[in-house]
Design a protein around this ligand. Structure first.
Ligand code: SAH
Length: 260
């Protein structure tokens, strides 16, 4: 008999930002699969089993979890933030798509969570108040040339961009290269938010202009939000600035747009 597999998003790190639905799913499960620090965030009971693994083994982890569920287990796969945003839900779907037919009989539930860009945006004001997109800067699963193409397309189309996986030890220069590329297409005044470890004790928020933005301002725990020329910075004395993207789009007059 097939069991169940629940893919749960734990939120950005603050226990208050984990949903009651996610908590209930954790209480109900028996076997847990996930990256070690995420499993460590759960206060598991002695009867709940941990199958923690390294971050790079997502597809193997998904297959192991499906194998356990196919044998009748009540299995939980955990992700930080939302499990559907650059995380385990897609790995599980991919494994089912390519796996044995009986894996399709497993009861699959995906429990959403607060994704990093929402936690960071909330700290800054409302930078995602108008159209936006999310881009992973990791080239582990796609070529850097594709990432560059998407950066140019999104910035020139007027999307606010949230960058996940902005930098790593293996990719120390790419975020700096991304900023150089964006400076060719966007004004230097565009606000850039570096939101590190949002919702955790070591949280750090920083807002600079695109002209000042450097790759070294981020690490792997940072979500970077790059505004558009519409995004506004409201300075406040004694408080960090508010960053927001207005809900309306101001049509440029012909003289502003440089038209004839
Ligand atoms: N599923 C996760 C994202 C996984 S990709 C989610 O929905 O949030 C990992 C990337 O997420 C990190 O490199 C970083 O860019 C971002 N991230 C995860 N947690 C974060 C946090 N608390 N604060 C800022 N960025 C975070």
């Amino acid at each position: 008999m097939s069991g169940s597999l629940t893919v749960v998003g734990l939120g950005p790190g603050n226990p208050d930002q984990m949903t009651p639905e996610a908590r209930d799913a954790v209480t109900a499960a028996e076997d847990f699969y996930g990256y070690i620090p995420y499993i460590d965030r759960l206060n598991l009971r002695p009867d709940q089993r941990r199958h923690a693994s390294d971050n790079r083994e997502e597809l193997d982890r998904a297959r192991a979890a499906l194998e356990m569920a196919a044998g009748g287990g009540k299995v939980c796969v955990v992700s930080g933030g939302d499990p559907g945003v650059f995380a385990m839900a897609a790995a599980v779907c991919e494994a089912i798509d390519e796996g044995p037919a009986q894996w399709r009989d497993i009861e699959l539930v995906v429990v959403p969570g607060i994704t990093a860009m929402l936690a960071v945006a909330a700290r800054a004001g409302a930078p995602l108040g108008h159209d936006f997109c999310a881009i992973s800067l990791s080239n582990n699963l796609k070529p850097w040339s594709v990432i560059e193409k998407r950066l140019v397309a999104a910035s020139t189309a007027g999307f606010v961009m949230a960058f996940y996986n902005p930098i790593s030890k293996a990719r120390p220069h790419q975020l700096g290269e991304a900023f150089d590329l964006l400076r060719q297409h966007l004004p230097g005044t565009v606000p850039v938010i570096f939101g590190r470890a949002a919702g955790r004790p070591d949280e750090r928020m920083r807002v600079v202009s695109l002209a000042e933005a450097q790759g070294e301002m981020a690490d792997m725990a940072t979500c970077v939000i790059v505004g558009t020329s519409e995004t506004r910075l409201v300075e406040r004395s004694g408080r960090p600035p508010i960053v927001y993207s207005p809900r309306y789009f101001k049509e440029k007059s012909e003289s502003e747009a440089g038209g004839a």
